[in-house]
Design a protein around this ligand. Structure first.
Ligand SMILES: Cc1ncc(COP(=O)(O)O)c(C=O)c1O
Length: 380
């Protein structure tokens, strides 16, 4: 018997390598050398001079760190401004800013449920929702993807407190949840509805007000939404939006809010500046959707299999995990950065290239990206 307590790690690493599933960190240069279709910078704001100036200004004024948890020394007037403006922009009564979208999902799922309650969770939900379910002590029913009838059936099997939870736009395929039908099911069954709008904010709804605004559901009494500030808003951090009594409950009970250092002022300042820029330039949201549609039309016209995008994520199928990794590498060599999704990040085991339709891509860049993805596609 080996006395090395980490032998099993080598064993697992070997299995990962055999399955073509090794992940590696690749630090990017400060100045982009590749055409970026891999990041989540949907509106092209992360390097916008107004946004970086706001981040630097906030750090100078408030300090590099928040200095403590929000309930001790980590709340500034800037946090309050961001919360008020986020709630107002997306059409909710109140908002609470946390240190990431991940923490926001853990906070919302755990604080709104607990022992004896039921969570009904879409099979395609983001890992942070899955982890929230695990931490909640509630029972969780995982229902088939985008299936409101299955949600209703699961809710009817339970007496007492219940929460249905879904991504608004699913990270892997870029398809949208059937929000109006889900909201109707939750309303008639007396369940709360939590929608993770990480990929909807800044892209869907009038001027990028998000998926709930687009569906006419923003501000509904039984509806709560979570956001990340790290995608369309080009910053870092997360938020929960909903009725004021829900937000107050989170302040008092959500462990990832209470026991976590507040979001750094630079990130708050950048997110606030992006939100204000989006108000001045609402056309950025529609442009991201138009770029996604153009990528989809041209890639499928070239014979590739893609999912029609509902927001700014374009997902193109690859024949295997190995092929997806090689395809992404070939795109890099040709000057284009694309995402590569493979197990265990994909619930159905199908590997994909994931292209981000940035609002600031030019016609020429779209044409180049399509031509490279086509040219490097594996022959199946
Ligand atoms: C659907 C979804 N929810 C939540 C998150 C987590 O957000 P953050 O990166 O801010 O922690 C992400 C981001 O990766 C996401 O795609």
């Amino acid at each position: 018997m080996s006395l090395d307590p980490f032998d099993w790690i080598d064993e697992e690493a070997r299995r990962r390598a055999d399955a073509g599933l090794v992940r590696t960190l690749r630090p990017r240069p400060a100045a982009p050398v590749l055409l970026d279709l891999a990041s989540n910078d949907y509106l092209g704001l992360t390097r916008h001079p107004d946004i970086t100036a706001a981040a630097a200004g906030a750090a100078r004024e408030w300090g590099a760190g928040a200095t403590g948890s929000r309930l001790v020394t980590g709340s500034t007037a800037l946090h309050a401004e961001l919360e008020n403006e986020l709630a107002e922009f997306c059409g909710f009564e109140a908002a609470l800013v946390l240190s990431s979208g991940y923490a926001a999902n853990l906070a919302a799922v755990t604080a709104l449920t607990g022992r004896g309650s039921l969570i009904v969770s879409d099979a395609g939900n983001h890992a942070s929702i899955v982890d929230g379910c695990r931490l909640s002590h509630a029972s969780t029913a995982v229902v088939p993807h985008a299936d409101p009838d299955a949600v209703r059936k699961a809710l009817r099997s339970h007496e007492g407190r219940a929460l249905a939870v879904t991504d608004s736009v699913f990270s892997v395929d870029g398809d949208a949840a059937p929000l109006p039908r889900l909201a109707e099911v939750c309303r008639t069954e007396g369940a709360a509805l939590l929608v993770d709008d990480a990929h909807g904010l800044g892209v869907l709804g009038e001027g990028g007000r998000g998926a709930l605004a687009a569906a006419g559901l923003a501000g509904g009494g039984g509806i709560v939404t979570t956001l990340t500030l790290s995608k369309s808003l080009g910053s870092q951090g997360g938020a929960v939006l909903g009725p004021a009594r829900v937000i107050e409950h989170l302040v008092n009970t959500a462990r990832t809010f209470i026991f976590d250092t507040g979001l750094a002022p630079a990130a708050v300042g950048a997110a606030l500046a992006s939100l204000r820029l989006l108000r001045r330039e609402p056309e950025r949201a529609g442009r991201a959707r138009a770029v996604a549609a153009a990528l989809y039309e041209r890639l499928t016209a070239a014979g590739l299999t893609a999912v029609r995008p509902d927001a700014a994520v374009v997902s193109v199928r690859a024949p295997s995990a190995d092929a997806a990794v090689r395809w992404a590498a070939d795109c890099r060599t040709a000057g284009i950065a694309v995402g590569c999704f493979r197990p265990p990040s994909v619930p159905d085991g199908v590997s994909r290239l994931r292209l981000t339709a940035r609002a600031d891509l030019t016609e020429e860049q779209i044409a180049t990206a399509v031509s490279v993805v086509r040219r490097t596609a594996p022959v199946s």
